[in-house]
Design a protein around this ligand. Structure first.
Ligand SMILES: Cc1ncc(COP(=O)(O)O)c(C=O)c1O
Length: 401
């Protein structure tokens, strides 16, 4: 059944008078505007896919984390609809009380099997999984060593925990070693993204495992952008790098390559049991709607049925990275489907993103606070569904504008 598109929303809604106590908001927005940091709230009509209709314009979509092309896949829609028919829409309570449906439980079992861990625990989002888990693992008097480029949800989890947080330079294993060696008595937690979402870089997992073992530290990794994309089974970079035994806490998300929504933590049975008692975003938040767990479960099955999607994706990303470099683009990162084209100023990134949209391509401009000041970029997100023609158009448009 085709979904009817709503008419484009009018973003120029007239605003009423701003109450005096909120005047600071207008001043704050003015300051953002002066620095080219105001972001539009776009409306998408129809599904995510290799093309997307944004604010009424059809564009080739290099702006979603839909790496395997499952977000708009009708097989997920059907699975969602089956789960809705069987279990209804709302979960009605936290998973601890009565919100954990049969499809929710089946998804947790499937994720544990995928990662090869005892258990997995589903959170409302990857953000909630990171923030709640860190705060459940360490507290005042403990030490967290966190990579400088970690995702905001890790940063917020560190703050929430009230542990002592030491940020080490991006992927700097020597600096991390010094932090761990001088950490006071108490629990130690190393936390890192595996695939950094804005840089396309990969954490040095083998080194991190060795350091964690040497210093008796817990190692927690966030595989949000690697889940589904890397590894023989598609569980992520931990699997691909063969160091699962040295990683104690594995966070992933269902909202990117798996095309659904939600986050999860996988690990030892007792770790999961501890989180069930102390991860506040799990204890005090309503469980997933069954259609979401039904769709995510189908996506996990598709990882096993369609392994070619991830191998083809990574191979295409490697070729595209080479082609962009050949036309003079400063492309950061490694052999991953995230290809950041470094631009510099926020204004220049916005201007180039607009020119790409005029050429029919959606490539979002990424600006502070998502990246450091002066390192704004165009974030090219590759999907398995992109055609050879899409890639040719991207290379040509970037080379000429
Ligand atoms: C590295 C990283 N971790 C966690 C998250 C949060 O995941 P979710 O979108 O499922 O909340 C994101 C989302 O952008 C991310 O990039």
């Amino acid at each position: 059944m085709a979904c009817r598109a709503e008419p484009p929303a009018d973003d120029q809604r007239p605003a009423g008078p701003l109450p005096e106590p909120l005047q600071w908001v207008a001043d704050g927005l003015d300051r953002l505007r002066q620095r080219d940091l105001v972001r539009p709230r776009r409306t998408r009509h129809g599904r995510q896919g290799r093309e997307v209709v944004l604010d009424g314009r059809r564009l080739v979509n290099f702006g979603a984390n839909d790496y395997l092309g499952y977000a708009g896949d009708v097989r997920l829609t059907r699975a969602a609809s089956r789960a809705a028919c069987a279990e209804g829409f709302g979960a009605g309570a936290s998973p601890l009380v009565s919100g954990r449906s049969a499809s929710h439980a089946a998804l947790e079992r499937a994720l544990a099997r995928l990662l090869g861990t005892d258990e997995a625990l589903l959170f409302a989002s990857g953000f909630a999984a990171n923030a709640a888990t860190i705060a459940a693992l360490v507290g005042p008097g403990d030490t967290i060593a966190s990579d400088a480029r970690n995702h905001a949800s890790i940063v917020d989890g560190c703050r929430l925990s009230r542990a002592t947080v030491t940020v080490f330079p991006h992927r700097d294993v020597a600096a991390l070693g010094r932090i761990l060696a001088s950490a006071p008595h108490g629990r130690k937690l190393i936390v890192t993204d595996t695939l950094f979402s804005m840089d396309g870089t990969v954490a040095p997992l083998a080194d991190l495992c060795a350091l964690a073992a040497r210093h008796g530290a817990m190692l927690m990794v966030d595989e949000a952008h690697a889940t589904g994309v890397f590894g023989e089974r598609g569980s992520g970079l931990v699997e691909a790098s063969g160091c699962a035994d040295g990683v104690h806490v594995r966070v992933g998300t269902l909202s990117k390559a798996l095309g659904a929504a939600g986050g999860f933590v996988a690990g030892h049975r007792l770790l999961v049991q501890w989180l069930e008692h102390s991860a506040r975003a799990w204890v005090f938040s309503t469980a997933h709607p069954p259609p979401v767990t039904g769709a995510a479960l189908r996506a996990v099955e598709l990882l096993a049925e369609e392994p070619h999607r991830r191998t083809e994706l990574v191979a295409t990303a490697t070729v595209l990275r080479r082609r962009l470099a050949a036309v003079g683009m400063a492309v950061g990162g490694e052999a991953t489907p995230i290809l950041p084209v470094i631009v510099g100023s926020a204004a220049a990134a916005v201007a180039r993103s607009k020119r790409l949209a005029e050429a029919g391509l959606f490539v979002p401009a990424i600006r502070p606070p998502s990246v450091p000041e002066g390192e704004s970029l165009l974030r090219v997100s590759l999907s398995w569904g992109h055609s050879a023609d899409d890639l040719d158009r991207l290379v040509t448009a970037l080379a000429t504008g």
